[in-house]
Design a protein around this ligand. Structure first.
Ligand SMILES: *Cc1c(COP(=O)(O)O)cnc(C)c1O
Length: 392
């Protein structure tokens, strides 16, 4: 079963087993086909890859280190290595995706980016790339989220982007995605839709995974250098839409490392969802018995997407990866644990990965002395205020 699972090119229909695909209105098909073709060409072009690698190095600060977490390891009785995406420019793995899509936008001869954002992080990343590449940038954000995340709205404007509050539906992330798709259909001649995770219609889940695979590919080689040629026993990452986890898993799926994705308990599409169609893809989704999409709940705005990328649904169903959950209170404990043992304040999202890991180690579910690579997808500065309020 698991030995045959690979994270490969899903081919023209964009399917990962029963998941993924391209469930979109006729009017969006040409845009998706054009994008797929442009990405295939760019990704196979050594000149494009060199330009992207140069930007990842000189602008984003790659390669990010793998840090051995000695005091945390001692506390948990396992050997923990951290892949430090928190040390990138803008402070999370999202920069890898937007630099790739920004460069692709130039390659396609387009001048404008649209993006969706929930908490604002992907909006800020997209606005960053747009400024760097001299592109116009419009970010769709649910009105509720613009009120909750005023600082990120300001950041986007400072970077020269226009933020458009979305007033339809629940006025949150899922409505912002719909609005960005609508804009894209109408403006596709000069606009690229810079989608923020491994979700949406083909080619996005595959393209974003490829752009994030730098995380896993670097980490695999770094782990081998630290572990004397071995791969870690366990590879752990948090899952919202699933891009940092997909990029991490891509580097390890063909090794013997066990793969674990950690969702927010209140947003667990794999744990509590059922397969359905949303935003152009078939995947596990939180929905009621009539197929109405449910709102995900989490202290971490970056993890409250009601679905999960289709390749994770596939990895989960085949058993190659396992999906588990962490609750808000476990996450707050984990954030403090990493801060105090290692001097690293993580974002709330990767604190989910640590929350599960710490719990599993303490319950004896992970053999003592096991080696673990955990992706630290982002730094905690953005969450300091939320955490301060919750801890008071
Ligand atoms: C956005 C974000 C996530 C969640 O997105 P994925 O696509 O699941 O990776 C996780 N961690 C950080 C720091 C983020 O900013």
């Amino acid at each position: 079963m698991s030995e045959t699972v690979r994270m490969t090119d899903p081919g023209p229909d964009g399917r990962f087993g029963d998941f993924g695909g391209r469930y979109i209105p006729e009017s969006l098909v040409p845009a998706c086909l054009e994008l797929e073709q442009a990405f295939r060409k760019a990704w196979a072009d050594p000149a494009f890859r060199t330009r992207l690698d140069d930007l990842l190095r000189d602008y984003a600060g790659r390669p990010t280190p793998v840090t051995e977490a000695h005091r945390l390891s001692e506390a948990l009785g396992i050997r923990v290595l951290l892949k430090r995406e928190d040390l990138t420019h803008t402070g999370s793995h999202k920069i890898n995706n937007v630099l790739g899509q920004g460069l692709l936008t130039l390659e396609m001869g387009k001048t404008r980016l649209v993006a969706e954002t929930g908490a604002g992080q992907h909006g800020v990343a997209s606005a960053t790339a747009a400024a760097l590449f001299g592109l116009e940038c419009v970010v769709y954000m649910g009105e509720v989220d613009t009120e909750r995340q005023q600082l990120n709205v300001f950041r986007m404007r400072l970077l020269g982007a226009e933020v458009r509050p979305v007033r339809s539906g629940s006025r949150t992330l899922k409505d912002a995605v719909n609005e960005a798709l609508r804009d894209w259909v109408a403006t596709v001649e000069h606009t690229h839709y810079c989608l923020g995770s491994v979700m949406g219609p083909h080619p996005f889940p595959w393209m974003v995974r490829e752009l994030q695979s730098v995380v896993g590919n670097e980490a695999r080689e770094q782990c081998r250098a630290i572990l004397g040629g071995s791969d870690p026993d366990l590879v752990v990452a948090c899952v919202g839409g699933g891009s940092n986890a997909a990029g991490t898993f891509a580097g390890f799926v063909e090794t013997r490392s066990a793969l674990v994705g950690v969702e927010a308990a209140g947003g667990s599409a794999m744990g509590r969802g059922i397969p359905g169609v949303l935003h152009g893809m078939r995947s596990y989704l939180l929905q009621d018995e009539w197929g109405q999409i449910l709102e995900a709940q989490s202290i971490s705005a970056g993890l409250d997407y009601p679905g999960i990328g289709p390749e994770h649904s596939y990895l989960g169903e085949t058993g190659r990866a396992r999906y588990v959950q962490a609750t808000d209170s476990e996450v707050l404990d984990a954030l403090q644990l990493l801060s105090r043992t290692e001097g690293i304040i993580p974002a709330l999202e990767p604190a989910h990965a640590l929350a599960w890991l710490a719990g599993a180690a303490r319950r004896g579910e992970i053999e003592a002395g096991s080696t673990v690579l955990m992706t630290l997808s982002g730094r905690g500065d953005k969450d300091a205020e939320t955490v301060m309020e919750l801890l008071q």
